[in-house]
Design a protein around this ligand. Structure first.
Ligand SMILES: Cc1ncc(C[n+]2csc(CCOP(=O)(O)OP(=O)(O)O)c2C)c(N)n1
Ligand SMILES: [Mg+2]
Length: 430
Protein backbone atom coordinates (compact mmCIF):
# COMPACT_ATOMS: atom_id res chain seq x y z
CA UNK A 1 0.00 0.00 0.00
CA UNK A 2 1.37 3.39 -0.90
CA UNK A 3 0.37 6.81 0.23
CA UNK A 4 1.14 10.35 -0.74
CA UNK A 5 2.92 12.43 1.83
CA UNK A 6 1.84 16.00 1.52
CA UNK A 7 3.16 18.13 4.35
CA UNK A 8 2.45 21.82 4.18
CA UNK A 9 5.12 24.13 2.79
CA UNK A 10 6.54 21.41 0.58
CA UNK A 11 8.65 22.72 -2.22
CA UNK A 12 10.29 20.25 -4.53
CA UNK A 13 13.88 20.86 -3.46
CA UNK A 14 15.24 20.09 -6.88
CA UNK A 15 13.22 22.98 -8.17
CA UNK A 16 15.10 25.48 -6.07
CA UNK A 17 15.75 28.52 -8.08
CA UNK A 18 19.37 29.50 -8.19
CA UNK A 19 19.57 31.79 -11.19
CA UNK A 20 21.20 35.09 -10.44
CA UNK A 21 18.36 37.24 -11.73
CA UNK A 22 15.73 35.57 -9.57
CA UNK A 23 14.76 37.00 -6.22
CA UNK A 24 17.30 35.71 -3.71
CA UNK A 25 15.84 33.39 -1.06
CA UNK A 26 17.82 35.17 1.58
CA UNK A 27 19.74 38.37 1.52
CA UNK A 28 21.96 38.76 4.56
CA UNK A 29 22.36 42.45 3.87
CA UNK A 30 18.65 43.14 3.90
CA UNK A 31 17.58 41.30 7.01
CA UNK A 32 18.59 40.41 10.50
CA UNK A 33 15.76 37.97 11.01
CA UNK A 34 16.19 34.25 11.34
CA UNK A 35 17.60 31.99 8.68
CA UNK A 36 16.99 28.24 8.71
CA UNK A 37 15.04 28.63 11.93
CA UNK A 38 17.97 29.91 13.93
CA UNK A 39 17.09 32.57 16.47
CA UNK A 40 20.69 33.68 16.35
CA UNK A 41 20.68 37.09 14.70
CA UNK A 42 22.98 37.65 11.81
CA UNK A 43 25.11 40.62 12.75
CA UNK A 44 26.76 41.89 9.61
CA UNK A 45 30.27 43.10 10.31
CA UNK A 46 31.52 46.37 8.89
CA UNK A 47 33.37 44.31 6.32
CA UNK A 48 30.11 42.82 5.15
CA UNK A 49 28.47 46.24 4.88
CA UNK A 50 31.40 47.54 2.89
CA UNK A 51 30.97 44.90 0.28
CA UNK A 52 29.04 46.04 -2.78
CA UNK A 53 25.63 44.48 -3.19
CA UNK A 54 26.63 42.97 -6.51
CA UNK A 55 29.26 40.87 -4.79
CA UNK A 56 26.54 39.17 -2.76
CA UNK A 57 24.07 38.80 -5.56
CA UNK A 58 26.46 37.23 -8.02
CA UNK A 59 27.33 34.33 -5.75
CA UNK A 60 25.58 31.77 -7.93
CA UNK A 61 25.34 32.37 -11.63
CA UNK A 62 25.18 28.91 -13.09
CA UNK A 63 22.82 26.03 -12.58
CA UNK A 64 23.35 22.60 -14.04
CA UNK A 65 21.11 21.21 -16.72
CA UNK A 66 19.93 18.59 -14.28
CA UNK A 67 18.46 21.21 -12.00
CA UNK A 68 16.81 23.01 -14.89
CA UNK A 69 15.31 19.77 -16.11
CA UNK A 70 13.99 18.90 -12.64
CA UNK A 71 12.33 22.28 -12.43
CA UNK A 72 10.29 21.46 -15.48
CA UNK A 73 9.17 18.08 -14.13
CA UNK A 74 8.72 19.32 -10.57
CA UNK A 75 6.65 16.34 -9.45
CA UNK A 76 6.55 15.36 -5.82
CA UNK A 77 7.47 11.77 -5.03
CA UNK A 78 6.84 11.34 -1.35
CA UNK A 79 5.25 7.93 -1.67
CA UNK A 80 6.09 5.14 0.69
CA UNK A 81 4.77 1.68 1.24
CA UNK A 82 3.89 0.41 4.68
CA UNK A 83 7.01 -1.76 4.65
CA UNK A 84 9.23 1.21 3.80
CA UNK A 85 7.57 3.39 6.43
CA UNK A 86 8.16 0.82 9.14
CA UNK A 87 11.76 0.34 8.04
CA UNK A 88 12.41 4.08 8.25
CA UNK A 89 10.74 4.25 11.65
CA UNK A 90 12.76 1.34 12.99
CA UNK A 91 16.04 2.80 11.78
CA UNK A 92 15.31 6.19 13.33
CA UNK A 93 14.19 4.64 16.62
CA UNK A 94 17.37 2.57 16.66
CA UNK A 95 19.48 5.70 16.18
CA UNK A 96 17.69 7.59 18.94
CA UNK A 97 17.57 4.72 21.46
CA UNK A 98 21.20 3.86 20.83
CA UNK A 99 22.36 7.42 21.43
CA UNK A 100 20.25 7.79 24.59
CA UNK A 101 21.86 4.62 25.89
CA UNK A 102 25.32 5.98 24.99
CA UNK A 103 24.64 9.01 27.18
CA UNK A 104 23.78 6.74 30.10
CA UNK A 105 26.82 4.56 29.59
CA UNK A 106 29.13 7.56 29.19
CA UNK A 107 28.01 9.07 32.48
CA UNK A 108 28.46 5.67 34.13
CA UNK A 109 32.09 5.70 33.00
CA UNK A 110 31.82 2.95 30.40
CA UNK A 111 33.18 5.09 27.56
CA UNK A 112 36.21 7.31 27.26
CA UNK A 113 37.14 10.43 25.35
CA UNK A 114 34.67 12.61 23.51
CA UNK A 115 31.31 11.19 22.51
CA UNK A 116 29.16 13.18 20.05
CA UNK A 117 25.52 12.19 19.80
CA UNK A 118 23.23 12.42 16.80
CA UNK A 119 19.83 13.00 18.47
CA UNK A 120 17.61 15.15 16.25
CA UNK A 121 19.46 14.41 13.01
CA UNK A 122 18.14 10.87 12.43
CA UNK A 123 16.09 11.77 9.35
CA UNK A 124 19.29 12.53 7.46
CA UNK A 125 21.07 9.26 8.20
CA UNK A 126 17.95 7.17 7.67
CA UNK A 127 16.69 9.13 4.65
CA UNK A 128 19.97 8.70 2.81
CA UNK A 129 21.72 5.57 4.00
CA UNK A 130 18.74 3.21 3.95
CA UNK A 131 18.59 3.73 0.17
CA UNK A 132 22.10 2.38 -0.34
CA UNK A 133 23.32 -1.02 -1.42
CA UNK A 134 25.83 -2.82 0.77
CA UNK A 135 28.60 -2.12 -1.76
CA UNK A 136 27.98 1.63 -1.59
CA UNK A 137 30.19 3.58 0.80
CA UNK A 138 29.55 5.99 3.63
CA UNK A 139 32.10 8.40 5.05
CA UNK A 140 31.17 10.03 8.32
CA UNK A 141 32.48 12.42 10.94
CA UNK A 142 33.03 12.12 14.68
CA UNK A 143 29.21 12.08 15.01
CA UNK A 144 29.18 8.66 13.43
CA UNK A 145 27.40 6.02 15.54
CA UNK A 146 24.06 6.39 13.79
CA UNK A 147 25.56 6.47 10.29
CA UNK A 148 27.21 3.15 11.18
CA UNK A 149 23.92 1.69 12.40
CA UNK A 150 21.98 2.85 9.34
CA UNK A 151 24.67 1.29 7.13
CA UNK A 152 24.06 -2.05 8.83
CA UNK A 153 26.89 -2.32 11.35
CA UNK A 154 25.30 -4.34 14.18
CA UNK A 155 24.44 -2.32 17.32
CA UNK A 156 26.47 -4.71 19.48
CA UNK A 157 29.61 -4.00 17.41
CA UNK A 158 29.12 -0.24 17.60
CA UNK A 159 28.48 -0.37 21.36
CA UNK A 160 31.50 -2.62 21.92
CA UNK A 161 33.63 -0.18 19.97
CA UNK A 162 32.44 2.58 22.26
CA UNK A 163 33.33 0.43 25.28
CA UNK A 164 36.79 -0.15 23.77
CA UNK A 165 36.37 -3.92 23.54
CA UNK A 166 37.83 -6.46 21.09
CA UNK A 167 34.36 -7.26 19.72
CA UNK A 168 33.92 -3.68 18.51
CA UNK A 169 33.87 -2.97 14.78
CA UNK A 170 37.49 -1.71 15.06
CA UNK A 171 38.48 -4.20 17.78
CA UNK A 172 38.16 -1.42 20.33
CA UNK A 173 40.94 0.65 18.79
CA UNK A 174 38.82 3.34 17.15
CA UNK A 175 36.31 4.40 19.76
CA UNK A 176 33.42 6.78 19.31
CA UNK A 177 34.89 8.98 16.59
CA UNK A 178 36.41 6.30 14.36
CA UNK A 179 33.74 3.78 13.45
CA UNK A 180 34.88 1.70 10.49
CA UNK A 181 33.61 -1.44 8.83
CA UNK A 182 35.12 -2.93 5.71
CA UNK A 183 32.28 -5.41 5.49
CA UNK A 184 29.64 -2.66 5.46
CA UNK A 185 31.70 -0.15 3.47
CA UNK A 186 31.63 2.35 6.26
CA UNK A 187 34.89 4.09 5.47
CA UNK A 188 35.28 5.79 8.79
CA UNK A 189 34.31 8.38 11.25
CA UNK A 190 36.91 11.16 11.32
CA UNK A 191 37.82 13.33 14.27
CA UNK A 192 39.34 16.11 12.20
CA UNK A 193 36.63 18.04 10.45
CA UNK A 194 36.72 17.81 6.66
CA UNK A 195 39.15 14.90 6.82
CA UNK A 196 36.59 12.44 5.49
CA UNK A 197 35.63 14.45 2.41
CA UNK A 198 38.77 13.62 0.40
CA UNK A 199 38.50 9.98 1.51
CA UNK A 200 34.95 9.89 0.16
CA UNK A 201 36.06 11.58 -3.06
CA UNK A 202 38.78 8.96 -3.43
CA UNK A 203 36.27 6.15 -2.86
CA UNK A 204 34.00 7.63 -5.54
CA UNK A 205 36.99 7.91 -7.87
CA UNK A 206 37.80 4.23 -7.33
CA UNK A 207 34.22 3.25 -8.29
CA UNK A 208 34.47 5.24 -11.49
CA UNK A 209 37.94 3.85 -12.23
CA UNK A 210 36.73 0.28 -11.75
CA UNK A 211 33.81 0.84 -14.07
CA UNK A 212 35.48 2.86 -16.81
CA UNK A 213 39.10 1.75 -16.76
CA UNK A 214 38.97 -1.76 -15.34
CA UNK A 215 35.71 -2.37 -17.28
CA UNK A 216 33.81 -3.73 -14.29
CA UNK A 217 30.46 -2.93 -15.86
CA UNK A 218 28.42 -3.69 -12.74
CA UNK A 219 30.43 -1.34 -10.52
CA UNK A 220 27.87 1.41 -10.08
CA UNK A 221 28.75 2.07 -6.44
CA UNK A 222 27.93 5.40 -4.88
CA UNK A 223 29.64 7.15 -1.98
CA UNK A 224 27.92 9.41 0.51
CA UNK A 225 30.06 11.95 2.37
CA UNK A 226 28.43 13.34 5.52
CA UNK A 227 29.73 16.46 7.26
CA UNK A 228 28.55 19.54 9.12
CA UNK A 229 27.93 23.20 8.34
CA UNK A 230 31.09 24.31 10.13
CA UNK A 231 33.12 21.94 7.99
CA UNK A 232 31.96 23.67 4.83
CA UNK A 233 34.31 26.55 5.61
CA UNK A 234 37.30 24.22 5.26
CA UNK A 235 39.38 23.99 2.12
CA UNK A 236 38.90 20.26 1.61
CA UNK A 237 35.21 20.87 0.98
CA UNK A 238 35.91 23.20 -1.94
CA UNK A 239 38.75 21.13 -3.35
CA UNK A 240 36.66 18.00 -3.36
CA UNK A 241 33.60 19.67 -4.90
CA UNK A 242 35.88 20.77 -7.69
CA UNK A 243 37.42 17.35 -8.31
CA UNK A 244 34.12 15.53 -8.02
CA UNK A 245 32.46 17.81 -10.56
CA UNK A 246 35.48 17.79 -12.86
CA UNK A 247 35.59 14.00 -12.95
CA UNK A 248 31.81 13.47 -12.63
CA UNK A 249 32.30 11.23 -9.64
CA UNK A 250 29.48 9.10 -8.19
CA UNK A 251 29.28 10.93 -4.88
CA UNK A 252 26.72 12.86 -2.86
CA UNK A 253 28.01 15.52 -0.47
CA UNK A 254 25.52 15.57 2.40
CA UNK A 255 25.80 18.62 4.62
CA UNK A 256 24.07 18.19 7.97
CA UNK A 257 23.47 21.85 8.70
CA UNK A 258 22.51 21.83 12.37
CA UNK A 259 23.24 25.58 12.52
CA UNK A 260 26.08 25.27 14.99
CA UNK A 261 29.74 24.29 14.97
CA UNK A 262 30.29 23.62 18.68
CA UNK A 263 29.39 27.10 20.00
CA UNK A 264 29.81 29.01 16.73
CA UNK A 265 26.60 29.99 14.97
CA UNK A 266 26.62 29.10 11.29
CA UNK A 267 25.33 32.59 10.51
CA UNK A 268 28.35 34.21 12.07
CA UNK A 269 30.89 31.88 10.55
CA UNK A 270 30.23 31.77 6.84
CA UNK A 271 30.04 34.45 4.16
CA UNK A 272 26.92 33.00 2.52
CA UNK A 273 24.97 30.76 4.87
CA UNK A 274 23.11 28.98 2.07
CA UNK A 275 25.53 26.14 1.59
CA UNK A 276 23.60 24.40 -1.19
CA UNK A 277 24.33 27.37 -3.45
CA UNK A 278 27.97 26.33 -3.56
CA UNK A 279 27.06 23.29 -5.69
CA UNK A 280 26.15 25.17 -8.89
CA UNK A 281 29.29 27.27 -8.49
CA UNK A 282 31.21 24.05 -9.17
CA UNK A 283 28.81 22.80 -11.84
CA UNK A 284 26.77 20.37 -9.76
CA UNK A 285 23.21 20.64 -8.46
CA UNK A 286 22.83 22.18 -5.02
CA UNK A 287 19.73 21.26 -3.06
CA UNK A 288 18.32 22.42 0.25
CA UNK A 289 15.98 20.08 2.11
CA UNK A 290 14.14 19.99 5.41
CA UNK A 291 16.37 17.60 7.32
CA UNK A 292 13.75 17.10 10.03
CA UNK A 293 11.49 15.29 7.56
CA UNK A 294 12.72 11.85 6.61
CA UNK A 295 10.43 11.57 3.59
CA UNK A 296 11.63 14.81 2.08
CA UNK A 297 15.23 13.83 2.75
CA UNK A 298 14.57 10.45 1.17
CA UNK A 299 13.10 12.02 -1.92
CA UNK A 300 16.11 14.25 -2.46
CA UNK A 301 18.43 11.36 -1.63
CA UNK A 302 16.76 9.16 -4.24
CA UNK A 303 17.38 11.76 -6.91
CA UNK A 304 20.98 12.42 -5.91
CA UNK A 305 21.96 8.77 -5.43
CA UNK A 306 20.24 7.81 -8.68
CA UNK A 307 22.09 10.54 -10.50
CA UNK A 308 25.42 9.35 -9.11
CA UNK A 309 24.64 5.73 -9.94
CA UNK A 310 23.73 6.60 -13.52
CA UNK A 311 27.13 8.22 -13.94
CA UNK A 312 25.73 11.75 -14.09
CA UNK A 313 27.99 13.11 -11.38
CA UNK A 314 27.89 14.56 -7.88
CA UNK A 315 25.23 16.50 -5.98
CA UNK A 316 25.53 18.78 -2.97
CA UNK A 317 22.62 18.40 -0.55
CA UNK A 318 22.18 20.72 2.42
CA UNK A 319 19.90 19.21 5.06
CA UNK A 320 18.56 21.71 7.56
CA UNK A 321 18.60 19.85 10.85
CA UNK A 322 19.29 20.35 14.55
CA UNK A 323 21.09 18.48 17.28
CA UNK A 324 18.99 17.99 20.38
CA UNK A 325 21.96 17.65 22.72
CA UNK A 326 25.19 19.55 23.28
CA UNK A 327 28.09 19.31 20.84
CA UNK A 328 29.47 16.36 22.79
CA UNK A 329 28.53 14.76 26.08
CA UNK A 330 31.13 17.01 27.71
CA UNK A 331 29.31 20.15 26.48
CA UNK A 332 26.86 21.74 28.97
CA UNK A 333 25.07 23.28 25.95
CA UNK A 334 24.52 26.68 27.51
CA UNK A 335 25.11 28.82 24.42
CA UNK A 336 22.12 28.01 22.28
CA UNK A 337 18.89 29.93 22.74
CA UNK A 338 16.24 27.86 24.58
CA UNK A 339 13.58 29.19 22.16
CA UNK A 340 15.55 27.90 19.20
CA UNK A 341 15.97 24.51 20.88
CA UNK A 342 12.25 24.35 21.67
CA UNK A 343 11.35 25.28 18.10
CA UNK A 344 13.34 22.38 16.67
CA UNK A 345 12.28 19.98 19.43
CA UNK A 346 8.72 20.55 18.24
CA UNK A 347 9.84 19.34 14.81
CA UNK A 348 11.30 16.07 16.12
CA UNK A 349 11.69 13.92 12.99
CA UNK A 350 10.66 10.73 14.76
CA UNK A 351 7.44 12.20 16.16
CA UNK A 352 6.66 13.61 12.72
CA UNK A 353 7.11 10.27 10.98
CA UNK A 354 5.07 8.50 13.63
CA UNK A 355 2.23 11.00 13.16
CA UNK A 356 2.35 10.57 9.41
CA UNK A 357 2.35 6.76 9.56
CA UNK A 358 -0.65 6.73 11.86
CA UNK A 359 -2.63 9.48 10.14
CA UNK A 360 -2.14 7.94 6.74
CA UNK A 361 -3.08 4.54 8.16
CA UNK A 362 0.23 3.00 7.18
CA UNK A 363 0.76 1.73 10.72
CA UNK A 364 -1.10 1.40 13.99
CA UNK A 365 0.08 2.64 17.40
CA UNK A 366 0.53 -1.01 18.41
CA UNK A 367 2.80 -1.77 15.45
CA UNK A 368 5.01 1.19 16.21
CA UNK A 369 5.09 0.30 19.91
CA UNK A 370 6.23 -3.19 18.96
CA UNK A 371 9.12 -1.70 16.98
CA UNK A 372 10.10 0.50 19.92
CA UNK A 373 10.06 -2.53 22.22
CA UNK A 374 12.14 -4.60 19.80
CA UNK A 375 14.74 -1.84 19.50
CA UNK A 376 14.88 -1.35 23.26
CA UNK A 377 15.91 -5.01 23.50
CA UNK A 378 18.46 -4.66 20.68
CA UNK A 379 20.11 -1.76 22.50
CA UNK A 380 20.03 -3.49 25.89
CA UNK A 381 21.55 -6.62 24.34
CA UNK A 382 24.24 -4.43 22.76
CA UNK A 383 25.21 -3.08 26.19
CA UNK A 384 25.28 -6.55 27.73
CA UNK A 385 27.34 -7.85 24.84
CA UNK A 386 29.81 -4.97 25.07
CA UNK A 387 30.12 -5.20 28.82
CA UNK A 388 30.82 -8.92 28.68
CA UNK A 389 33.41 -8.58 25.89
CA UNK A 390 37.14 -8.69 26.59
CA UNK A 391 39.44 -5.70 26.62
CA UNK A 392 42.15 -5.79 23.90
CA UNK A 393 45.49 -7.27 24.83
CA UNK A 394 48.26 -4.77 25.51
CA UNK A 395 50.06 -6.07 22.42
CA UNK A 396 47.22 -4.77 20.22
CA UNK A 397 47.89 -1.15 21.07
CA UNK A 398 50.62 -0.57 18.50
CA UNK A 399 49.03 -2.69 15.78
CA UNK A 400 47.99 -0.70 12.72
CA UNK A 401 50.01 2.27 13.90
CA UNK A 402 51.85 3.41 10.82
CA UNK A 403 54.30 5.72 12.58
CA UNK A 404 57.42 3.89 13.70
CA UNK A 405 57.00 3.40 17.46
CA UNK A 406 60.72 4.03 17.77
CA UNK A 407 59.82 7.61 17.03
CA UNK A 408 58.59 7.86 20.59
CA UNK A 409 62.22 8.24 21.62
CA UNK A 410 64.90 6.71 23.78
CA UNK A 411 64.29 6.33 27.52
CA UNK A 412 66.76 7.02 30.37
CA UNK A 413 67.91 3.37 30.21
CA UNK A 414 69.12 3.95 26.64
CA UNK A 415 66.47 1.68 25.10
CA UNK A 416 63.57 2.68 22.89
CA UNK A 417 60.66 3.75 25.09
CA UNK A 418 58.30 1.46 23.17
CA UNK A 419 60.36 -1.54 24.33
CA UNK A 420 59.64 -0.71 27.97
CA UNK A 421 56.79 -3.00 29.13
CA UNK A 422 55.27 0.00 30.90
CA UNK A 423 55.23 2.02 27.66
CA UNK A 424 51.47 1.91 27.25
CA UNK A 425 50.60 2.19 30.91
CA UNK A 426 48.16 4.95 31.68
CA UNK A 427 47.45 5.72 28.06
CA UNK A 428 44.75 3.15 27.56
CA UNK A 429 42.77 0.70 29.59
CA UNK A 430 44.26 -2.54 28.30
C1 LIG B 1 40.61 20.29 11.36
C2 LIG B 1 39.85 20.54 12.62
N1 LIG B 1 39.77 21.78 13.13
C3 LIG B 1 39.06 22.01 14.25
C4 LIG B 1 38.46 20.98 14.91
C5 LIG B 1 37.68 21.24 16.18
N2 LIG B 1 36.26 21.00 15.95
C6 LIG B 1 35.66 19.89 16.39
S1 LIG B 1 34.04 19.85 16.01
C7 LIG B 1 34.12 21.36 15.25
C8 LIG B 1 32.86 21.99 14.70
C9 LIG B 1 32.32 21.29 13.51
O1 LIG B 1 31.02 21.71 13.27
P1 LIG B 1 30.14 21.12 12.13
O2 LIG B 1 30.95 20.83 10.93
O3 LIG B 1 28.99 22.03 11.95
O4 LIG B 1 29.66 19.70 12.71
P2 LIG B 1 28.67 19.36 13.90
O5 LIG B 1 29.49 19.16 15.12
O6 LIG B 1 27.70 20.45 14.03
O7 LIG B 1 28.05 18.05 13.51
C10 LIG B 1 35.41 21.87 15.32
C11 LIG B 1 35.80 23.17 14.77
C12 LIG B 1 38.58 19.69 14.36
N3 LIG B 1 38.01 18.63 14.92
N4 LIG B 1 39.27 19.49 13.23
MG1 LIG C 1 27.08 21.92 12.70
Amino acid sequence: MATAYSPTNFVNPLSINTRSHDKPLFDPLKTTTSFLGSTHKLRPTSLQFNQPDTHRRSAVVAVSDVVKEKKVKSSSNLLITKEEGLELYEDMILGRAFEDMCAQMYYRGKMFGFVHLYNGQEAVSTGFIRLLKKEDSVVSTYRDHVHALSKGVPACEVMSELFGRTTGCCRGQGGSMHMFSKEHNLLGGFAFIGEGIPVATGAAFSSKYRREVLKEADCDHVTLAFFGDGTCNNGQFFECLNMAALWKLPIVFVVENNLWAIGMSHLRATSDPQIYKKGPAFGMPGVHVDGMDVLKVREVAQEAIGRARRGEGPTLVECETYRFRGHSLADPDELRDPDEKARYAARDPITALKKHLIESKLASEAELKAIEKKIEEVVEDAVEFADASPHPARSQLLENVFADPKGFGIGPDGRYRCEDPKFTEGTAHV
